[in-house]
Design a protein around this ligand. Structure first.
Ligand SMILES: [Zn+2]
Length: 62
């Protein structure tokens, strides 16, 4: 896990895709691809206690 320049938390997967932490739902954090905003990428993942419990690593870009 790393931090972004703006101070948010980010995860970088071995695939090279980065995800930015968004919001907490119960004990689960939801993370969205860094390119979600301008490339409408739908990839996301969820973590509980820093463990990835759900992942959709399906990107609209390389
Ligand atoms: Zn993406």
């Amino acid at each position: 896990m790393t931090t972004t320049r703006r101070g948010g938390l980010a995860i970088e997967l071995s695939t090279g895709h980065r995800f930015i932490r968004q919001k907490l739902a119960g004990k689960k954090w939801r993370w969205l691809c860094v390119k979600q905003k301008w490339l409408k990428c739908k990839a996301f993942l969820c973590t509980v206690d820093n463990v990835i419990v759900k992942m959709s690593d399906d990107h609209t870009h390389d």
